[in-house]
Design a protein around this ligand. Structure first.
Ligand code: TXE
Length: 493
């Protein structure tokens, strides 16, 4: 099979790596290579960061008004809408996500650009009501400089959009490093950004491996902000790199989100919510509801019905409209899932279903929907993120017990609460230590809604009205109104 060849985008030009090195991207449904990409090293990263810095300093980008930046973002959103089927097909092929899911995600993608476009010219500073009558002061939001966007493989376009749109709205320039497992759509996005009219060097993409390309980018002294989504181990490297020049950071690192189902919940909805939480996207979602906390009275009924529903899930080619679950995106991720399932079995978690690879024609990395029952929240499968279609269910008796288990986690990204009791819903929404709470729903996303985590799920928020501020520096300007000479220089004014 001939491989599709991609080039990376540096300073508005399409280039190979200077070394000529390439790597292959594999199709997770077949485990076969389908694309070839440049393997960027330090020298390529240097070119990209220098281009981004030059663009940041250029009169052309600096003199574009915030309103005009908003128009460029709006145009980019429109171009994404015009190219949505192409982007959806490409992402499905590259990371094995269902075409029905990538169509949904790409269909919504323009909203992130349109919403953020509207924020570009609303970054108002303030005039300060100073307690010093001879002085006047105001604040201004300014862009930070060169941003590095480090993107994982599970939802490349969505996770790039929530970094790229606010970074550009605020007037920064950016170098994106997509995952070595799913880079194709980010290169397409860069092509659309140039078509929309962003000047050369404003949006750059370097492709390659994390420890080489990614690390060269995050430790580059000209990078002033790093927006990272990925795993905790990699995040620790990124945090250390940022210490060199105190680059600002936002980290979104996944979780072990509790989906709490009370006896008074609408059970049909709750079962759909549990399936959406852990089996949709084959569980490869940062907000996966991988811990199911179910109240004693309905526990057996819930487990039986969940199994019946999960057993009907159609596992198959991600490009087939009828498929409901596709493969793991990478062979490494499949190995992670297999390792954690083996550990759960060894620790004595009760396997209700799955626990093995799914039989699908070809060599793809398919895994069965899996359910373990646990008798303690401290078991590894209740504590470690699997990032696969593996749920762990545990029973609770009281609301207090559910809350204690929900919060007994190193993570705090999302939580689902299923109940008809309004007071209880609000109590738990207040007391569960997570960045996102869904009541009687799960996996809802909006350009207007911030996403980010508590505890080891990271820090910083993406999306929503404050997202652009996270890409700005605040400057305070002082003006002396007095006609008198400057007072005593040895005393603070
Ligand atoms: O991600 P990595 P991996 C979780 C999930 C998964 C685990 C590991 O639990 O099992 O992380 O996944 C780049 N300097 N999530 O190994 O390594 C890398 O090239 C700079 C949660 O696939 O974190 C890619 O572009 N960059 C998650 C990006 O970091 C480096 C989504 C993410 O890859 C680097 C994915 C380095 N030293 C996995 N090393 C979520 N929060 O949604 C790697 N990278």
């Amino acid at each position: 099979m001939t491989l599709v060849r991609f080039q990376m985008c540096i300073d508005g030009q399409w280039r190979d790596a200077q070394s000529g090195k390439t790597f292959d991207s594999l199709n997770p449904a077949t485990a076969q290579a389908w694309a070839q990409l440049p393997d960027a090293d330090e020298a390529d990263v240097e070119l990209a960061v220098q281009a981004a810095q030059r663009a940041f300093d250029s009169k052309e980008w600096r003199s574009i008004t915030a309103t005009a930046r908003g128009k460029l973002l709006r145009r980019l959103g429109d171009l994404i809408a015009e190219n949505k089927e192409h982007l959806a097909q490409l992402e499905s092929r590259d990371n094995g996500k269902l075409i029905r899911e990538t169509r949904g995600q790409v269909g919504y993608l323009p909203e992130f650009f349109h919403y953020t476009a509207g924020l570009a010219d609303k970054l108002e500073g303030g005039t300060l009501p100073l307690d010093k009558p001879d002085l006047f002061a105001y604040t201004v939001h300014e862009p930070i400089g060169v941003v590095a966007g480090i993107i994982p493989w599970n939802s490349p376009l969505y996770l790039t959009a929530i970094k790229l749109a606010p970074a550009l709205a605020a007037g920064n320039t950016i170098v994106l490093k997509p995952s070595e497992h799913a880079s194709a759509t980010i290169l397409e996005l860069a092509r659309l950004a140039h078509e929309a009219g962003f000047p050369p060097g404003v949006v750059n993409v370097v492709t390659g491996y994390g420890p080489s390309t990614g690390a060269a980018l995050t430790r580059h002294p000209l990078v002033r902000k790093i927006a990272f989504t990925g795993g905790a181990a990699t995040a620790r490297h990124v945090v250390r790199s940022s210490a060199e020049n105190f680059a600002k950071l936002s980290l979104e690192l996944g979780g072990k989100s509790p989906n709490i189902i009370f006896a008074d919940a609408d059970l049909d909805s709750a079962i759909n919510g549990a399936v959406a939480g852990i089996y949709a996207a084959s569980g490869q979602s940062c907000v996966a509801g991988s811990r199911l906390l179910v109240q004693d009275e309905i526990f057996d009924d819930f487990v039986e019905r969940l199994i019946a529903r999960a057993k009907r899930i159609r596992i198959g080619s991600p490009q087939d409209d009828a498929s409901e679950m596709g493969p793991m995106a990478t062979a490494q991720q499949l190995a992670v899932v297999e390792g954690l399932v083996a550990a759960a079995k060894a620790e004595g978690a009760k396997l209700h279903m799955g626990g093995k690879r799914a039989e699908v024609e070809g060599d793809g990395w398919f895994y069965e929907p899996t359910l373990f029952e646990c008798d303690s929240n401290s078991m590894t499968i209740m504590q470690e993120e699997v990032f696969g279609p593996v749920a762990a269910v545990i029973r609770f008796k009281t609301e207090e017990e559910a809350l204690a288990m929900a919060n007994d986690s190193q993570f705090g990204l999302a939580a689902g609460i299923w109940t008809r009791d309004l007071g209880r819903a609000h109590r738990l929404a207040r007391d569960v230590r997570s960045g996102i709470i869904w009541v009687n729903t799960y996996r809802a996303v909006s350009a207007m809604a911030p996403i980010g985590g508590f505890k080891n799920s990271g820090y910083g928020r993406e999306s929503g009205i404050d997202s652009v501020l996270a890409y700005t520096e605040l400057k305070t300007v002082w003006i002396n109104l007095s006609t008198a000479p400057m007072p005593d220089p040895f005393v603070m004014r």
